[in-house]
Design a protein around this ligand. Structure first.
Ligand code: FAD
Length: 363
């Protein structure tokens, strides 16, 4: 969406396909690292006028409840995807992009230097460039036979769940909490409207072991963490219906497949513990929009566009993805997590470094 906004602002003809209809809820922690603040304001998102919670403190706990409290130097803001995505869609449309909601793309074919996209309703659209921002797992990954699919079949799979909680005692507006449990972790952070985002990721084995019941998995696994239990008890008592997604993997992906330029989770899915999937998508859109403009103005060949984008993406983002994967492996293992948190408690400088690895610089 941020790519569509920038290209439309540069006067390019853009069509954005979304199979859902805005606004809608997504599984996401809804924490946006402040590195994106200037960028979002520049493209026209009125963040300054939105009175959003701003987080400057961080708490992480082990499955047994050993906790580390630390300042969050870079910090972030809380905004629901329901609101942000609608805002961006309207912004793109206001600059002339055509937003095709409720439209699923079923095929993308590149031939004779032109892409032909086909929708589920059988319509076709032809374009000089095609970008894939279809998220972690979509029909088009299979259609393009993306190489990561073959390897992900052997890897670990995760499920993710999100609630918006109305907590009786409220939740601090400047705090992010991250609570570990066996084979997963759960984040809590404020979003506007007095709500608290509660989202977690768990190895799918936790769900299977509890009869595929989210409520039972929460009772038997997540609530074993004493710091997390009170939040989830409130959610269950209020009869909150969670949003659930499955088939999440963190395998390495490519930035270009069949000449389609990938960004966001389609280019590389970062473990949510490392926090900043949205930032990475927005950063990639910033890199890609200027290269696309050079290509469309005839200053880059298609081969140069693909090569330069891949290189720029790697330079900026692959370290973060790797760091995320490493941190993700540590967490969720009860003994290792407890050890890591106890060690970090005595090493505030190292904690700062770990947090820095998960955030980028303003752009
Ligand atoms: C539990 C959890 C917590 C997270 N917390 C945070 C956080 O706090 N901060 C953060 O920055 N990131 C967080 N993330 C990551 C973040 O949600 C993602 O990185 C981000 O949403 C990726 O954006 P995207 O545009 O690449 O994909 P998505 O947001 O998934 O959007 C892809 C869109 O493509 C559409 N689509 C797919 N296929 C088709 C098709 N064939 N035709 C038409 N439309 C299609 C989908 O409907 C979807 O709307 C979290 C992730 C999880 C799982």
């Amino acid at each position: 969406m941020t790519l569509a906004v920038q290209l439309a602002q540069a006067g390019r003809r853009v069509v954005l396909f979304e199979k859902e209809t805005y606004p809608f809820h997504r599984v996401c922690g809804e924490y946006i690292s402040l590195e994106n603040y200037d960028f979002l304001c520049r493209i026209g998102v009125p963040l300054r006028e939105m009175n959003l919670p701003r987080m400057t403190r961080f708490t992480v706990s082990s499955p047994t409840g050993v906790a580390l409290h630390h300042p969050l130097d870079i910090g972030g803001i809380g905004i629901t995807r329901y609101e942000l995505d609608l805002l961006l869609a309207r912004l793109a449309a206001a600059h002339g992009a055509s937003i095709q909601e409720g439209t699923k793309v079923t095929d993308v074919v590149f031939a004779d230097d032109v892409f032909t996209l086909t929708t589920a309703a059988g319509a076709t659209v032809r374009a000089r460039t095609a970008c894939g921002a279809w998220g972690k797992h979509a029909n088009l990954d299979g259609k393009l036979r993306r190489p990561f699919l073959a390897s992900s079949q052997q890897g670990r799979q995760f499920v993710a769940v999100k609630y918006h909680l109305q907590l009786a005692g409220g939740f601090p507006q400047d705090l992010v909490e991250m609570h570990n449990f066996r084979d997963g972790y759960c984040g809590l952070s404020p979003v506007p409207g007095g709500l608290t985002n509660c989202s977690y990721i768990s190895d799918v084995r936790n769900l299977r072991a509890h009869g595929n019941s989210v409520a039972e998995m929460e009772r038997q696994v997540l609530m074993q963490n004493p710091l997390l239990r009170p939040y989830l008890e409130q959610a269950q008592r209020a009869g909150q219906a969670p949003i659930v997604i499955s088939q999440i993997t963190f395998r390495e992906r490519s930035t270009v497949d069949a000449h389609v330029l990938m960004l966001g989770d389609a280019a590389g899915t970062i473990a949510p513990l490392a926090g900043n999937g949205m930032s990475m998508g927005m950063n990639a859109s910033f890199l890609l929009h200027s290269l696309l403009l050079e290509f469309l103005e005839g200053r880059l060949s298609r081969a140069e566009l693909e090569q330069q984008y891949t290189q720029a993406w790697r330079n900026l983002l692959s370290l973060r993805i790797r760091a995320g994967r490493l941190i993700h492996q540590f967490f969720g293992r009860p003994a290792l997590t407890t050890l890591a948190i106890q060690a970090l408690k005595g090493l505030p400088g190292l904690t700062d470094q770990v947090l820095k690895l998960t955030h980028g610089k303003s752009y």
